[in-house]
Write a protein of this length. Structure first.
Length: 263
């Protein structure tokens, strides 16, 4: 009889130890899942399902009496949960590695895109600079621009009341890029007070997108070689003492300028 009692006590003690061991394993499994961070919907659902199974099995183990068979069944279930947890962690590790690779690839692609943008910006700048150079190369240039106030006898006169006309002379430079043909050279004479001398109020042309007045216009026959041009303005009572600025234009661009002073 004493042997039976001893066997019963030993079995109960062993089962209690087994029960504590199973609860510790469940706690350990729970910590595995709770310590992971997943942003994948499938893994999140798998984790939540596993945590529910662990809670349910823990409650079942806690209710178990001294029943070796039930404890054995619980041990088998926990072993299954451990295998599932191992697969879960492997999947999570694989995703972490994959995400790291994708992040590195994205970083590399971003760097490459920035380099491409930089190259494109440099090429765009070069093209813009080239375009400006081409545009400048296609412009006429006026050299040796001289403007003289003349009296009735066509001699230079720098007294305002003696001025009968204004003569502006210039050399239009050689340019092999521009198309040959008829070219219109505009002369604009501006007094110190900002007034523009003009033979008619209808004298206007487009400069930098706006209509502005000009004094006189001379059409020349340009064949890509140097050509001298004289433009005259017949003065009237609009001549007053002060500084006069003379600017020559072609195709909406300034091509030369000069000035003189009248007493």
């Amino acid at each position: 009889m004493q042997q039976v009692i001893y066997f019963y006590k030993a079995t109960k003690q062993a089962n209690n130890l087994k029960k504590d061991s199973l609860l510790q394993k469940l706690d350990s499994l729970e910590r595995v899942y709770l310590s992971t961070v997943a942003d994948n919907e499938g893994l999140i659902a798998e984790r939540d399902s596993a945590l529910k199974k662990i809670d349910k099995l823990r409650a079942s183990v806690n209710r178990m009496s001294n029943d070796s068979r039930k404890l054995k069944d619980a041990e088998i279930l926990i072993a299954g949960l451990q295998q599932t947890a191992m697969q879960y962690v492997k999947q999570l590790d694989s995703l972490i590695v994959l995400n790291k690779q994708l992040t590195e690839q994205n970083t590399q692609l971003s760097t490459e895109v920035e380099e491409i943008k930089k190259v494109d910006a440099e090429k765009t700048q070069q093209l813009e600079q080239l375009s400006v150079k081409v545009e400048k190369a296609q412009q006429l240039k006026a050299f040796n621009v001289i403007s003289l106030p003349l009296a009735e006898n066509s001699k230079p006169k720098f007294k305002a009341k003696k001025v009968a006309k204004i003569k502006t002379s210039a050399t239009i430079g050689e340019n092999v890029v521009i198309d040959p043909g008829k070219k219109e050279i505009y002369m604009r004479i501006t007094r110190s007070d900002g007034a523009v001398l003009s033979s008619t109020a209808d004298n206007s042309f487009t400069y930098e997108g706006e209509k502005i007045m000009f004094t006189e216009m001379k059409e020349i026959d340009y064949n890509n070689k140097e050509v001298n041009v004289d433009i005259f303005y017949k003065a009237n009572d609009d001549i007053t003492p002060g500084t006069y600025k003379i600017v020559l234009f072609h195709d909406g661009k300034e091509i030369g300028n000069t000035s003189f002073v009248l007493n």
